[in-house]
Design a protein around this ligand. Structure first.
Ligand code: GLA
Length: 409
């Protein structure tokens, strides 16, 4: 008995040590993937005070706020010049940042801002190099709740200059810059979501949490095309284990409603991001949002997949020709299953056949089709026809015939 007890204690200690060493203590922010809106994907350099206020208003009136979108994030091009004391002033597009933050807060929303560890942002505006603490303090005074910190000119102007031809040293310099801003943000005492934007360099998912990142971009920029969205989704393979409450992989912001994405492509993009436990930062023209785009962005069942409390990122389970099957484990033993036609043609004369056994499931599964809202039975080998780039997304609350995930041998 005593042997058993001490063995259990040792095992318990080992388990908690392993758990701690693998997953850093979740910070109080971003316990689920951040949701909100960011100015870049649609407005880019055209963002201004008026546009941010309009976005905040629209988040409320469209029902997006109620659906969970709370961050209103100003991306690049807000920055003006530094004065003699080094204080950075916003440019003429943003006459009073504190008043703007107050306005956004008065709507029950939160506000985010953007900077770089380099001397210049990607858009050529003033960066935080040498002014990290001063900037962090100013953000906190304004009431900023979220910082996207984008590498940009830091690569050429600092990393490559300080360590020419020494990539390993360049990466250490990069990591130190992200840690530096983390310390500056923490020393303000204000909870600020810290979003790394350095395009996944140096396997950021491995060191991001200990450098204070609540989320980190895993790739270069998204754009509003199916090819790029699918490419980014594919590049998330293998990164599932790095994501969790307080520290998320970020496959970049949403393009739902942008460019000429079809409705099916918009649905698939949104569904895949939810399966990936990605931040859901809409990037569309909110004042001119079409009803069908609003319906996608506010689909509460799909949002619930993204925001699932377990925080376990999903992945591609298998593919069969140009049809892929993705799954995500959800809290309470539930499972999200998606079938995606990534090919250019509709599957009709030779429909795809679902293989439930490959998903570790046995027998007919009853679930909810999250895009029609209807109950759906998934049967072994059932034929599924999908339009090109469209998706079937099903939530099965009580999957049958599966080995419990928490049993280890
Ligand atoms: C980089 C980022 C984008 C955006 C622009 C702004 O390209 O990856 O998300 O912030 O800079 O200049």
């Amino acid at each position: 008995m005593r042997v058993f007890a001490s063995l259990s204690i040792a095992l318990l200690a080992l388990t908690s040590f392993t758990a701690q060493s693998q997953a850093p203590a979740a910070s109080q922010v971003a316990l689920t993937p951040p949701m909100g809106w960011n100015s870049w994907n649609y407005f880019a350099g055209k963002v201004d005070d008026k546009g941010i206020r309009a976005a905040a208003d629209q988040l409320v009136s469209s029902g997006m706020k109620d659906a969970g979108y709370v961050y209103v994030n100003i991306d690049d091009t807000w920055e003006g010049e530094r004065d003699a004391s080094g204080v950075l002033h916003p440019n003429a597009k943003f006459p009073d940042m504190k008043a703007l933050a107050d306005y956004v807060h008065s709507k029950g929303l939160k506000i985010g801002i953007y900077s770089t560890p380099g001397p210049k942002t990607c858009g050529g505006y003033a960066g935080s190099l040498g002014h990290e603490e001063q900037d962090a303090k100013m953000y906190a005074e304004w009431g900023i709740d979220y910082l996207k910190y984008d590498m940009c000119s830091f690569i050429d102007d600092v990393m490559k200059k300080q360590a020419p031809n020494d990539e390993a040293q360049q990466m250490r310099i990069m990591q130190a810059a992200y840690v530096k801003m983390d310390k500056a943000l923490k020393s303000t005492g204000r909870p600020i979501v810290y979003s790394f934007c350095q395009y996944g360099w140096d396997a950021v998912w491995e060191w991001g949490p200990s450098a204070g990142g609540n989320l980190w971009r895993t790739t270069g920029d998204v754009n509003a095309t199916w090819d790029r969205i699918y490419e980014i989704a594919s590049e998330q393979e293998g990164l599932e284990k790095y994501s969790g409450p307080g520290h998320w992989n970020d496959p970049d912001m949403l393009e739902v409603g942008n460019g000429s994405l079809s409705l099916g492509e918009n649905r698939t993009h949104f569904s895949l991001w939810a399966l990936l436990a990605a931040p859901l930062l809409a990037g569309n023209d909110l004042p001119n949002m079409k009803p069908e785009i609003k319906a996608i962005l506010t689909n509460s069942d799909v949002i619930a997949i993204d925001q699932d409390a377990l925080g376990k990122q999903g992945s591609r389970a298998y593919s069969d020709g140009e049809v892929e099957v993705w799954t995500r484990q959800l809290s309470g033993g539930a499972l999200a299953i998606a079938v995606v036609n990534v090919g250019d043609n509709r599957y009709s004369t030779h429909p795809f056949h679902l293989n439930l056994r490959k998903l570790g499931l046995g027998g007919t599964q009853t679930g909810k089709d999250l895009w029609t809202g209807k109950t759906l039975e998934l049967t072994e080998n059932m034929p599924i026809e999908l339009e090109s780039h469209d998706i079937l997304l099903v939530r099965v609350d009580k999957p049958k015939g599966r080995v419990p995930q928490n049993v280890t041998f």
